[in-house]
Design a protein around this ligand. Sequence first.
Ligand SMILES: COc1ccc(S(=O)(=O)N2Cc3cc(C#N)ccc3N(Cc3cncn3C)C[C@H]2Cc2ccccc2)cc1
Ligand SMILES: [Zn+2]
Length: 327
Amino acid sequence: MYCDCKLIILMLQMGELAVDKHVKYILSVQKKRKDSFEAVVMEHLTMNGAYWGLTTLDLLGKLDVVDSEEITEWIIQCQHESGGFAGNIGHDPHILYTLSAVQVLALLDKLNVLDVDKVSNYIVGLQNEDGSFSGDMWGEVDTRFSYIALCCLSLLHRLDKINMEKAVNYILSCKNVDGGFGCIPGGESHAGQIFCCVGALAITGSLHLVDKDLLGWWLCERQVKSGGLNGRPEKLPDVCYSWWVLSSLIMIDRVHWINKEKLVKFILNCQDKDNGGISDRPDDAVDVFHTYFGVAGLSLLEYPGVKAIDPAYALPVDVVNRIFLGR
Ligand SMILES: COc1ccc(S(=O)(=O)N2Cc3cc(C#N)ccc3N(Cc3cncn3C)C[C@H]2Cc2ccccc2)cc1
Ligand SMILES: [Zn+2]
């Protein structure tokens, strides 16, 4: 008990999380002029950007400031005849945007607007003979897409529509001798891929197949002197790894192997406390992606005032409970 209070006092002393500034920043990006450079660059990513921005608002307890009807109507306009969702209206569907669309509708408690079988059939159609998943009709295979498929089908209560055993065996075929996972069999271990594989194994109840001590050691070695986490050995720390590494450590029950206080300090040091937003490293430019992963990382670290997030589904715990416990 003493330790937790000490951590909370330390967190508050370390300089506040500038909640109101980050909320204003997220809303300013959502409202950004459509012809701005950033809007054009991110146009194909907008569905992902909606997920990053709206989940940040919900974790900060401010989702009520957005118009959920307007967002829901836009999401449905992004659905392709195949059942998959595109990053924006008129763009091509991809499994990545399909998960983001389902996650945003889950946040807004609007999953009822979906034709669940149409969406789930799109994902089922992307599973390959070897159990892997492609990202879209062009066939690129990556363990990222295995996680996205399993997470999405689980949220839609349709996991029974795919070959689960082959899906799990394919993920295990991507496990390396260092305990980590790569994007394809023999691919180098990388924190982003490890999150995807560990998350997918968690969702399918297969975490007993992970060597938790070996993987936990690889993951805790990602913490550098500054307290931040990197994605591979010898790389620079980056706030988004506060999610990829930390959520993996929590799922395999080895989060006590890193220094939580130093990581909290690293994330808080990456805030732009004047204009809002969080960057990948101190003094870099902020963006919605790192603002989300920084707040989500603080949520996993139980930072005061931030709602709890589920490490496998990457959605607030109250949203996950509503979906699986109906409350
Ligand atoms: C500004 O240059 C970029 C570069 C790439 C991309 S991206 O390919 O669409 N994408 C999403 C992303 C969004 C933003 C924001 N706003 C910023 C970065 C970033 N990266 C790049 C990045 C983050 N940490 C280090 N790196 C190099 C991840 C990447 C891949 C990804 C997509 C979806 C979900 C997870 C990861 C977008 C912008
Ligand atoms: Zn990053």
